[in-house]
Design a protein around this ligand. Sequence first.
Ligand SMILES: NC(=O)c1ccc[n+]([C@@H]2O[C@H](COP(=O)([O-])OP(=O)(O)OC[C@H]3O[C@@H](n4cnc5c(N)ncnc54)[C@H](OP(=O)(O)O)[C@@H]3O)[C@@H](O)[C@H]2O)c1
Length: 302
Amino acid sequence: MDWRSLAALLLFPVRMVYYVLKAAARLAVPARPKELGEQTVLITGGGRGIGKQLAREFARQGAKKIILWGRTEKCLKETMEEIKQTGTECHYFLCDVGNREEVYQQAKAVREKVGDVTILVNNAAVVHGKSLMESDDDALLKSQHINTLGQFWTTKAFLPRMLELQNGHIVCLNSVLALSAIPGVIDYCTSKASSFAFMESLTLGLLDCPGVQATTVLPFHTSTEMFQGMRVRFPNLFPPLKPETVAQKTVEAVRLNQALLLLPWTMHALVILKSVLPQSALEEIHKFTGSYTCMNTFKGRT
Ligand SMILES: NC(=O)c1ccc[n+]([C@@H]2O[C@H](COP(=O)([O-])OP(=O)(O)OC[C@H]3O[C@@H](n4cnc5c(N)ncnc54)[C@H](OP(=O)(O)O)[C@@H]3O)[C@@H](O)[C@H]2O)c1
């Protein structure tokens, strides 16, 4: 072993302790959040649900411009009008993120009409909400095209300019179901797990890219129309998150360049339990909490 490798080996545990202590110190004395005053934020699925709350929250916390993407003009327009009334510049574009050509075309239109996007929020998603054998093949493909591949196309469209400017942030609204799947929603869990790996790889790939960061948000069940009808066994013990809370915590995480955000924070216990408990005990947790059967009453968007 040469002396450089030996030095790196000896320094490694010291560096690890340093970063753990630094992170612990950050809990007591949080870093200064970055300003949003010069940032242009594009939110996919920004017309309703969590996306709409994100538009409100980015505007409230001072973003310069907000761009909304989605497929339903009515809600995009309503959200745009509301944001404009707060004094923040806002635009909307019709774009199906599952359609690669449309994404590239609308990304070009955004650059020409509004300018460079510096924060991209990949929020758009759909849920089919059935088991594998009950699912129509086209519906299974659709979830993967929108929830996973859509993020490939939007990121490919906007990241190169962020790297040139040395100013950018890719944000992904994922789900705890990426880490702990449940039955009856196989399309969604698969697409979210795939999107989680996409973001993990992207985040590490950006380590040597100054000024460009990534944030992955994994919320628990949130009270929007997406999972309408879904029932957990103890709703008082595991209440759904409010979309306002998810949006507020997400914008704060972006401003602090936080790579990963689990909501609520108690979801960290899930990750630990999954890695230490035997499968039979995990199955018991699913049965006890009702997550095993919660999709039986799922209606989704009617
Ligand atoms: N609700 C929850 O319990 C929950 C929990 C954890 C994570 N999340 C995640 O949070 C994000 C937002 O969910 P939500 O609860 O706000 O859902 P939602 O109310 O159903 O909203 C989904 C948004 O995505 C847009 N969208 C869907 N397909 C699209 C496409 N092909 N192209 C462009 N936009 C598309 C929809 O607009 P159009 O239909 O008009 O296009 C809508 O604005 C999703 O990524 C979801 O997976 C949700």
